[in-house]
Structure formats: structure tokens, C-alpha cells
Design a protein around this ligand. Structure first.
Ligand code: SF4
Ligand code: SF4
Length: 180
């Protein structure tokens, strides 16, 4: 049975509306543990990161070592990576990136998607490209897929406000930084 030990990364990277705590900012109650542990809000009580829940993820995936945590929201179609803002490139190191790309293929095959959050900054990870959206709201409404063209298929991301598209990003195979 795993325990959190000295790790407190979820107290930094997660959005906790009950505490008006934005993603990426360390909770004011965090101090060598939780100062309000008996009274901590429900999201803190119920949250389990991917490393804690998945014995197959080795010690290198412990969030305070890796520099990010894995958040399973696949019931809503998302697998999320929440990155320590002090180490924004941590998820791009190996062996992490190869596994994250493999997960992105798996979730895309099931019409989901893999999102990397660094504070409010979101990157959508496709198997063949990453599309950086920049800062978005806490619960973005996204359409994610592929467009077929003469030169093959290209990943796209659309940000919606209700049914209205307010921004679109188009990726190219192997192109890690694209947008318009
Ligand atoms: S990120 Fe995971 S291991 Fe770290 S404190 Fe949160 S639940 Fe525990
Ligand atoms: S209330 Fe406690 S458990 Fe919840 S984010 Fe703050 S320090 Fe962490």
C-alpha cells in the first residue's frame, strides 16, 4: 500500500474551488503536510494521483520526484498531467515522455485526449504532435480531433464557448509548436 510520504505536489498543482485556490499556486494550508487536515475539503479527501493508485508506475513517477502528477479523468474523456510550475519541462524528459505519448495514443483511440496543465497553461498531447493552447479557464470546452487533407491528417483543437468556436489550433505531424 503506497502512501504520500513527503510529497505534497497535489496541494500545489490542483485547482481547489472550495479554497479559491488556483492550479499551480501552493495551498495556504500546506506546511509540511496539511494544517487543516481534519477539515480539508472534499476534493482533498477524495483525490488520489495516478502514482498512488498504480503500482506499475515505479518510484520515478512519484510526483515530487517526477515534477508532475497523473490525474485520471477518463470518465470525462481526459487523462491529465499536472506539472509543477517550477519544473515546467519535467514531463518532456524520459522515460516520462515516451509513456505519456503512449497514453495519448490510447486515450485518442477511445475518443478522449491527454492534457498537460502547467497552472492555467494547457498543452494537448497527440501521439504525433503537441499543441500549446496557452492559458485557458479551469473547465475548458474543447473539441479535439484530426482534419484530413491532401498531405495527410493534421491534429486540431477547438475551444468553444457554448456552441460557438472562439479559437482553433492546427497541428502538423512532428510539429510541436503551432497555432493560429
Ligand atoms: S500528488 Fe499523489 S503522492 Fe503526492 S501528495 Fe498528492 S496524492 Fe499523495
Ligand atoms: S487543504 Fe490541505 S490537503 Fe487540501 S490542498 Fe490545502 S494543504 Fe493540501
Amino acid at each position: 500500500m503506497r502512501t504520500c510520504g513527503d510529497c505534497t505536489l497535489c496541494c500545489q498543482v490542483l485547482d481547489i474551488p472550495e479554497l479559491a485556490k488556483p492550479a499551480g499556486r501552493l495551498c495556504v494550508h500546506a506546511n509540511a503536510g496539511c494544517r487543516i487536515y481534519p477539515d480539508r475539503p472534499t476534493p482533498c479527501r477524495t483525490f488520489t494521483c495516478g502514482w498512488l493508485a498504480t503500482p506499475a508506475l515505479g518510484e520515478a513517477w512519484r510526483p515530487d520526484i517526477a515534477g508532475f502528477l497523473v490525474r485520471d479523468e477518463r470518465d470525462q474523456g481526459y487523462l491529465c498531467i499536472d506539472v509543477d510550475p517550477a519544473r515546467p519541462e519535467a514531463w518532456r524528459a524520459q522515460p516520462y515522455l515516451a509513456q505519456i505519448k503512449a497514453w495519448s495514443r490510447m486515450v485518442h483511440d477511445r475518443t478522449g485526449c491527454l492534457l498537460v496543465y502547467t497552472g492555467r497553461e494547457v498543452t494537448v498531447v497527440f501521439p504525433e504532435a503537441d499543441i500549446a493552447l496557452g492559458p485557458v479557464g479551469p473547465d475548458p470546452r474543447l473539441i479535439i480531433g484530426y482534419l484530413k487533407g491532401a498531405d495527410g491528417r493534421r491534429p486540431f483543437v477547438r475551444l468553444l464557448d457554448g456552441d460557438r468556436m472562439i479559437q482553433e489550433w492546427l497541428g502538423q505531424s512532428g510539429d510541436a509548436k503551432v497555432g493560429r
